[in-house]
Design a protein around this ligand. Structure first.
Ligand SMILES: [Fe+2]
Ligand SMILES: [Fe+2]
Length: 221
């Protein structure tokens, strides 16, 4: 009796569950890709100009390699499932939008400003610290979701991310301290949280219910 009354509901929820999870995973995939590509670009520029110490560059390289590994885990997940990520683009990029909001430019355009304006790199470091610390809390929440716990592959992916993330903000924090620059304060945390809230309650639901939201035709790399 109970099975007969609940199975049609359970069955009808499956496409919605798949859509919701694919949307969250697309968001992660997009952000991991943007994260490692932009870090790689930044590392190249900083290496050429010897603006920061080697230990800081090493920390950034480890960070970039981890984000690349995370991106590839999501890519393999989608490839394995036989579906592509949703084409969420810039509208859902937490770090891109945060830099745009606080610093007034998209991250790839920061280029020369990093070398010409003394506070640009420290400000970027503060934003990275703020997003990484809040991002770790989000990963822990997601890892607790029943839908993730029930899915061994996704559980493994988020377990790896949870293990990697705590080290990501450390080189930026150490470098800010070493140079006597300000650490992230209420301003960075406020904008990071406000943006995260906006993405969670506005942008993700709009994408979820948008019947025209397409899947990517190619992976980002
Ligand atoms: Fe990551
Ligand atoms: Fe990270």
């Amino acid at each position: 009796m109970e099975i007969a009354s609940t199975w049609p509901i359970r069955l009808s929820l499956i496409p919605l569950k798949e859509r919701f999870l694919d949307l969250i995973l697309s968001l992660y995939s997009y952000n991991e890709y943007q994260g490692y590509r932009q870090l790689e670009g930044l590392i190249d520029e900083l290496t050429c100009r010897t603006l920061v110490p080697d230990w800081f560059l090493e920390g950034m390289r480890k960070h970039a390699n981890d984000e690349k590994k995370h991106y590839q885990m999501f890519k393999h997940y989608f490839a394995n499932e036989g579906r592509m990520p949703f084409d969420v683009s810039r509208s859902i990029g937490q770090y891109d939008l945060l830099v745009r909001l606080v610093m007034g430019v998209w991250p790839p355009s920061l280029g020369e400003r990093i070398f010409n304006e003394a506070d640009v790199l420290p400000q970027l470091a503060r934003l990275i610290i703020a997003t990484e610390i809040r991002g770790l809390k989000e990963v822990r929440k997601i890892l607790g979701w029943r839908w993730i716990q029930e899915h061994q592959r996704l559980k493994n992916i988020f377990t790896v991310i949870e293990a990697d993330e705590p080290s990501h903000y450390l080189p930026y924090e150490a470098w800010l301290k070493a140079t006597g620059a300000r650490l992230p304060g209420s301003r960075e945390r406020f904008w990071d949280h406000a943006l995260h809230l906006f993405l969670s309650v506005c942008v993700i639901p709009v994408h979820f219910f948008n019947p025209f939201l397409k899947r990517r035709t190619q992976f980002q790399d």
